[in-house]
Write a protein of this length. Sequence first.
Length: 211
Amino acid sequence: MSSEIFLPKTDIKLSVKQTFGFESDMQVGAFSKKNEYVPKIDPDYKFDKDTTLAILAGFSFNKRVLIQGYHGTGKSTHIEQVAARRNWPCVRVNLDSHISRIDLIGKDAIILKDGKQITEFNEGILPWSIQNPVALVFDEYDAGRPDVMFVIQRVLEILVFLNSLKFELLNIFSLSSKALFHNILKKLSEDPKFFVDLCQVKSDLIKNSIS
């Protein structure tokens, strides 16, 4: 997965009323260009106001949004159509499939570089999405395997903790702290009983961000 095709942040504003078809004076950020991860627009889609506003809040403030409802009622499609109209990359992860911790976290791979064999960490879905403006949709959340859900929960706890420190992710994840973050994710993937000491994470991230 490449990061070269992403704009670093939204560069245009859209009217919520004109874009989603219900009364609102709000304007939301969007991207002027789309890439391969932006869903296709369904021109006939009708937006529920309350659900749409909750999704928009998640996009705007980098918050997690939980949508619940009966099977087949269009929960994931709603998120995709909001993303599509904002040219926002969106990736769906079906947790009821055979997804593993390695798919989420990534793994070490031996590659050839300058004629030498080296070990390089290939990022999985989670670290890739954290470093790019991507809406990550976990589908069938209640069907995820315990070992997979453990990893997701730990990563969400770290992100919530970082947000509580009032740091912007793009500023925190310098090269040195990216390496630290990868090490944490790798440890989680290797040992599902591993407990992340958030206070130590905070200390190390701050140290790396100012070094």
